[in-house]
Ligand binder design. Structure first.
Ligand code: AMP
Ligand code: GLY
Length: 432
């Protein structure tokens, strides 16, 4: 099977590494536009615009692609999936209409209301006066969300009413959602969907804030770990039953079947599980740890979902070993972007068998590897315990040199501290 992966982040690199690890020959993997790391594992086509429905379709036909896997949200928004499907090419990624589950928070709320999916109470606002009164009605801490794609910058959670209003002013043209504050542990749980059924992958936790101790601004994600040994028994099944399946069935009822990856962003509150967001794609950096542990052929899982036969697919299995990922970000991230700078030490860092490195913002200039700003790479570490996974990850990342770069030192720290009997967090192979 020839597979084209669209995107250029560490998520796409992790998808490609997982395809290869679970049996797809590297020679059958194409990537566009890719990055310097992806180019080492697959054939990259840097000039193919992943957001152009006509260009991607023409490329897929010309190269006899059997499956297109869409990494980021942008190609979903421009209708790349729709164009491929219209040509009979299998694609793992929802239609433009179904991707609204991520692109429009008010649409997602409507779907959840119709499907009786538990989520935070929210008020849709069109004016700043409406926002002000919603803030007063729902109370502090205030949660204000832009009702559209805002590159991870659309949400603010704050006790400062003025900051909440300022945030709303910035995004008022998109529409604003003021949501009740939900308190609890966050979980990212991915489901493969073929439009009528789902299959859960393994839960992960993301570190959204820029600095240790969850300080600083929100980012795309600074690290992740999987599995989550502290989850209650039956958690995955409950989310499948109360969130994923009802959502998929409602999307089908609306005539917008969801084929692709349903990312459920969840909070476990005292009153139960609540959805804080849906995404229509694999999460970054959670994918780096989830797929690191996958042992079932990924190509078959994605292809079966894409062609509406997920129920005939094997059950996704995950290694007992735990995985963590630490994101190396360039100077100033997420507030400002750094100039391109050389990055060295990767070969040494990767020489440890526990370590894999997924590239994000990297580019070869001549023989020199350059970091091009933002999140530069994900160091992925797998071991028997979180304690060991952390040791390997941090030893590796210290070998990498990029001027001004930063990373969080507390990824999976709490769970490693709890893991003091030296056993893995999860003692059975399964989807927990
Ligand atoms: P979102 O883009 O909707 O995932 O929001 C970004 C982050 O803001 C989430 O990962 C949470 O940490 C936080 N957040 C979003 N909604 C809420 C909420 N209702 N209550 C508390 N925190 C929230
Ligand atoms: N890590 C959060 C996201 O992918 O949206």
């Amino acid at each position: 099977m020839k597979i084209l992966v669209l995107g250029q982040g560490a998520r796409e690199h992790a998808i490609i590494k997982s395809l290869i690890r679970t049996g797809t020959p590297a020679a059958n993997i194409f990537a566009a536009p890719g990055n310097a790391g992806i180019a080492e594992d697959a054939q990259t086509f840097a000039t193919l615009d992943p957001n152009s429905p006509t260009d991607v379709t023409a490329f897929a036909k010309e190269h006899g692609i059997d499956l297109v896997v869409i990494g980021p949200e942008a190609p979903l928004v421009t209708g790349v999936s729709d164009a491929l499907r219209a040509e009979g090419i299998a694609v793992f990624g929802p239609s433009q209409k179904a991707a609204q589950l991520e692109g429009s928070k008010s649409f997602a709320k409507e779907v959840m209301a119709a499907a009786d999916v538990p989520t935070g109470m929210a008020r849709e606002c069109r004016t700043i006066d409406e926002v002000a009164s919603a803030l007063d009605d729902l109370g502090a801490p205030y949660v204000v969300k832009a009702d559209g794609l805002a590159a991870g910058k659309g949400v603010i959670v704050t006790d400062d009413r003025e900051a909440a209003l300022d945030h709303a002013r910035k995004f008022i043209d998109m529409g604003i959602l003021v949501e009740e504050f939900l308190d609890g542990q966050e979980v990212s749980l991915f489901f493969l969907s073929d439009g009528v059924s789902v299959q859960a992958l393994t839960p992960a936790q993301d570190y959204k804030r820029a600095y240790d101790g969850d300080a600083g601004p929100n980012t795309g994600g600074m690290g992740a770990y999987s599995p989550l040994p502290w989850l209650p028994e039956g958690f995955v099944e409950e989310v499948e039953r109360t969130v994923a399946m009802p959502t998929i069935l409602e999307m089908a009822r609306l005539g917008a079947p969801f084929v692709g990856l349903l990312y459920c962003g969840l909070i476990i509150t005292k009153r139960g599980i609540r959805v804080i967001e849906f995404n229509a794609r694999f999460g970054d950096p959670e994918t780096q740890v989830v797929l690191r542990r996958l042992v079932t052929p990924l190509a078959e899982l994605l292809h079966k979902a894409a062609i509406g036969q997920l129920q005939g697919a094997p059950v996704a299995r995950f290694a007992k070993n735990v995985a963590i990922t630490v994101v190396l970000a360039s100077e100033g991230y997420p507030d400002s972007s750094a100039p391109n700078r050389p990055i060295t030490g990767l070969t040494e860092a990767e020489s440890n068998e526990h370590i894999e490195i997924a590239h994000a913002a990297t580019r070869l200039e001549g023989d020199e590897l350059m970091a091009t700003g933002g999140r530069v790479l994900s160091v992925i570490s797998m071991a028997e315990t979180f304690h060991h996974a952390r040791e390997h990850a941090y030893k590796a990342i210290e070998k990498i040199h990029l001027k001004g770069s930063h990373y969080r030192k507390d990824i999976a720290k709490k769970v490693a501290d709890a893991d003091n009997d030296g056993k893995p967090g999860n003692d059975s192979e399964g989807n927990n």
